[in-house]
Design a protein. Structure first.
Length: 255
């Protein structure tokens, strides 16, 4: 990717392909801004300091570790600096089969490429944080000012990377799923915001063409009801309140 495309800040000016060290440095750039030069110099002048900094990063992609991501976003929310920002939670549908088909090493390579893609896209909006939660799950914190809204932007990201994947790994069709939560004044923690975006992601079903879902009032009600139901399951199990019903997939007359 050319330096001109990086300076332009266009999220679709290029596709994955940055060297790994650029990911490490680039991730710190997203977090610390002008501290990029100091961080780069610390690699040589203070190896111990560089090693300590790496503890806050995901070893595979160079993005922030999930714990550090939550710390940074919590600071923004508690400090009242998160107005106009959103949480984007994404993963791949069918990623397990991708690993089985291409190998786990190739799967890791795809995750690196996806992290590059997210860096390129997210840096367009200025201050932002990115992390890999676990496996193929990623979270972004940024202020999307797309004229069509963050949901349209999320859907565009999903489809853009799907096109890249289909071109370079055509034997498996991967689908990117993304949930979006616009941080509200009543949101009190990063964990709450991430949970809402993740809940929205889970509403992306394989039998629809929708790639992204935004958390709204209807999903808030559904999330509350789901939480109440799950919290009552252990007691219901202990009380023997479960009843098992068999719904055969064939007619007994055919036996």
């Amino acid at each position: 990717m050319s330096q001109d495309s990086l300076r332009a800040g266009d999220p679709f000016a290029g596709l994955p392909g940055h060297p790994m060290m650029w990911i490490l440095i680039g991730s710190e750039l997203l977090v610390f801004g002008a501290a990029l030069i100091g961080f780069s110099a610390a690699r040589i002048a203070d190896p111990a300091g560089f090693a300590a900094a790496q503890n806050h990063l995901d070893r595979l992609t160079g993005l922030l570790a999930f714990s550090r991501f939550k710390e940074e976003v919590s600071h923004k929310i508690i400090g009242g600096y998160a107005e106009g920002f959103q949480i984007f939670y994404c993963d791949f549908e069918n990623f397990k089969y991708f690993n089985e088909k291409y190998s786990y090493a190739t799967g890791d390579q795809l995750l690196k490429e996806f992290s590059d893609f997210l860096i390129e896209a997210a840096r367009h909006w200025g201050e932002c944080f990115l992390c890999r939660v676990v496996g193929d799950q990623f979270v972004l914190y940024l202020s999307c000012r797309d004229e069509k809204g963050p949901l349209h932007y999320a859907d565009t990201l999903c489809r853009r990377f799907e096109q890249y994947q289909a071109q370079h790994y055509p034997e498996v069709r991967l689908r990117v799923r993304m949930g979006v939560y616009a941080i509200e004044p009543g949101c009190l923690s990063a964990s709450a915001a991430i949970d809402k975006a993740n809940f929205a992601r889970k509403q992306v079903h394989s039998n629809t063409r929708v790639s992204a879902v935004q958390f709204d009032k209807k999903l808030e009600v559904k999330q509350t009801l789901t939480g109440e139901l799950l919290s009552g399951l252990p007691q219901a199990l202990e009380n023997g309140e479960f009843k098992l019903y068999l719904q055969p997939k064939f007619s007994p007359k055919d036996l």
